[in-house]
Design a protein around this ligand. Sequence first.
Ligand code: FAD
Length: 573
Amino acid sequence: MPVYTAPLDDMTYLLENILDADAVLASLPGGAETPVALLKDVLAEAGRYAAEIAQPLNRSGDEEGCRLENGQVFTPSGFPDAYKAFVEGGWPGLAHEPELGGQGLPRIAQLFFDEMLSGANFSFGLYPGLTRGAIEAIARHADDALKAAYLPKMVEGRWMGAMALTESHAGTDLGLLRAKAEPLGDGRYRVTGSKIFISAGDHDLAENIIHLVLARLPDAPPGVKGISLFLVPKHLPGSTGRNFWVGALEHKMGIKGSATCVMNYDGSIGWLVGEAHKGLAAMFTMMNAERLFVGIQGLGIAEVAYQNALAYARERLQGRGAGSRGPDPILVHPDIRKMLLSIRAFTQAGRALAGWVALEMEKAARHPELAVRAQSEGLVSLLTPVIKAAFTDLGFEATVAAQQVFGGHGYVREWGMEQFVRDARIAQIYEGTNGVQAMDLVTRKLAMEEGALPGRFFALIEAALDDVSALPGAGPFATPLAQALLRLRDATTRLQAAQDAAEAGAAATDYLRLFALVSLGWMWLRMAADNLRRGETQKLDTARFFFSRILPQTIALEAAIQAGASSITEASF
Ligand SMILES: Cc1cc2nc3c(=O)[nH]c(=O)nc-3n(C[C@H](O)[C@H](O)[C@H](O)COP(=O)(O)OP(=O)(O)OC[C@H]3O[C@@H](n4cnc5c(N)ncnc54)[C@H](O)[C@@H]3O)c2cc1C
């Protein structure tokens, strides 16, 4: 059975030595109230919750799954009690505004907790993860009456949220969706339609479930410009009857503890959130929050897979190392070490990069200067598809590598590694497939700020390179990063100038990976430089591995991007 230990030491290391969290938070109003010392205590408690309450339900949740009985969805045994403890512990409101009943802690605390929950129990963590995104969308776009009626209970955790976008014929292309909403003339609407694949659409964890549903008003123009957003609760205020129904539960490859529902709205009462026909833009508040969350799911599951694979590699005796009579632990074999190092090279830099993004989110939300808020918001937008797609691709690759470390024992259920592979896979697909994230990066994000946004991000990496230029021993880290950054700059210029949409489409996933590797390299440079300056070594092994064995992938990615689209677009099928 797999085990999980929250990586608290690494989180603390990042807060104190790499992200300079105390200084960043102190520069924000109210930031001095949450020094790193306090965050460490909170994270230690969060780690206990993840390891002692959520993790023990991971395997049983997978085996038991969810069930639909008489129209009601039930989560696996233990989930309702674990969620009760979650609410009693005050975890739902960790980083929400105190005015809403939240604790107002910095988003980085939430992000690290998300990683822990995703590592401990991916399916369980998805329920509160969705609620948080729904809270953000309601807080930003709903009118005061809706906010007052729904947010306090959602922040408290007694009510939870779900997002209802997808229909059988409308997945990526939401412009095709058909669900309808008819105004009742009293501020309410009747929502009718069927949605598929709705995570946490129904369950038994909370007293009420608040759906954010995309639908069309009668006068809606076709396509995405005719989509509006509605708040549709499972139970209307003061009622115990159902306002919508579950058609079925999906049978899935993984995340079996997460209820994925076919939802039927049949004249369900709802309220408009934001402006008519501008629902997709409002929904993007939730989708962007979820995209980052899903990226963190990839990180969390990579961490737990790593922990278990490393423990196994230390104990499993097979073959022998150089000069040994054996049998030795498989950890002596270079191939096993390479797989473990590949995962660690992702998780440690990924955690650093995600933490950096969380601090930028904090600045975007709270910095007193408008210009700083706007700059941080731009950087978060740029990094959102990178984190969503690269972290979930690398997360899945990590689970497969960790499974491989177990040999045949990774393929059978007993060791729990095959569950990680099955659970991790969905994160590459939902919340906008990774291919679509890559398109978002190359088409929308590279064009932001009239094309200046990526350059603003690259300038941060250049500043880090300048910073280490005189640091003895930094050359083996800085030189390959500088070269990879040049490749990324060239590819960016090429794609920004591309006239042909097919060129961007053909290059997108390679470009996103190139972008991610350089961004992770930036974090490895910072960690290596920190170790060199302080005479420490704990990060140097993995930094050396990253720069010599992983970052060279950027050469192949650049070559693939430079090759253009024709071998793809002109191929016959
Ligand atoms: C377990 C699970 C949970 C989910 N939870 C939710 C939820 O809570 N709420 C919700 O609303 N939805 C949810 N979804 C739906 C999920 O977000 C969609 O499945 C996903 O966005 C892709 O849509 P689709 O399945 O219709 O695939 P399609 O849109 O049909 O895509 C098929 C393939 O074509 C590619 N593709 C499509 N369009 C483009 C394009 N323009 N450019 C390049 N490539 C393209 C895609 O990348 C994909 O590889 C969930 C799905 C699953 C399986």
